[in-house]
Design a protein around this ligand. Sequence first.
Ligand code: PLP
Length: 395
Amino acid sequence: MRVYLDHNATTAVDPAVVDAMQPYFSEAYGNASSIHSAGQRARAAVDASRDSVGRLMGAKPSEIVFTSGGTEADNLAVFGLIESARAASSVRPHLITTAIEHHAVLNAAQYAAKKGIDVTFVPVSASGVVDAEKVRAAQRAETFLISVMHANNELGTIQPIEEIARIAAEADIYFHTDAVQSAGKLPLDVNKLGVDLLTLSGHKIYGPKGVGALYVRAGTPIVPQMFGGHHERDRRPGTENVPAIVGFGRSAELAAKHLTSEDESTRMAQLRDKLEHEILAAVPGTRVNGDPRRRVANTTNLTFDGIAGEAFVIALDLLGISVSTGAACSSGAIEPSHVLRAIGLTDDQAESSIRFSLGRATTATEIDYVISTVKATVERMRNLSPTHTTPASLR
Ligand code: PLP
């Protein structure tokens, strides 16, 4: 049996999305900027996708900028606003973000700090939730942007976006949220959330990789970070990746449909909770990371005392189960996850933590298989490990 429980890393492209993309490779392959009919067909398809992506978040199509993915959209939000803050004033601009952002924001902010921007990384509680009052306390007269993610990719924890948006608006500060991990899992409405900028990625919502979008509220001054043609209303140049944009649009429509089905989100939460409760009950020395009451329905992150996470992931893979330790984007690097460290885990605990992220196709049979396989694998690893000492919690 193969069980894929790494949907926060990426998702399978939905067959309906593949079908929608298909004609735009070799049949309707026009350049969306060309004035002939082949170009106009591509343009119409891009425009229809812009409507669909906008609809998923309650935005106007004109406020959607297509990018090469979530990473580019996050960078455009951060650096696009830095440039406009610099153009508007000679004082050193100040950016507020958090310690648990995805690397696409975190490393952008760290680079900005090297380039002379003041950056505050607001810490989070042990439950993986940002305290809006700490964001308020970090504000300065020079703060031009606050960037706080909606749902965390490692823990699934949901951040108080509406509350932070109110704080930002009171102080006239632009507010960006990375909604890559909440799209398709939580209802998104840019007006209800109160954000000026919002990031989405195609491949986390059963769309293709290499395409994403930045929502830019009308009137938000972003300076483009690349230079070329007049695409995307002068905000992001480059010939549009029409098949990918079409696929992204279709995946946004499907995500909106899935969101309205209560059965689907209840089913996902029940399967996740079953997985979590039964592992906690069957495997001693196991703990949940992140506030269980404030999470997206598909994610659980567990620490297995005394287990080397990488070896565990490989052992499970050999038994047909795909999960991840730390964030997939940083695997390959042995660095313990910055998110798990930010919530107070030691390096050892962080390295013993595994993320299980369910998807639309996950079944109850798969979850039963994962529960029994995890239990057996942890027992085997703990018995075999020559360096294994029984953790205090198990003595
Ligand atoms: N933001 C978050 C929260 C993510 O989880 C990811 C992907 O892991 C990204 C941004 C980056 O998106 P992309 O892979 O489309 O560049």
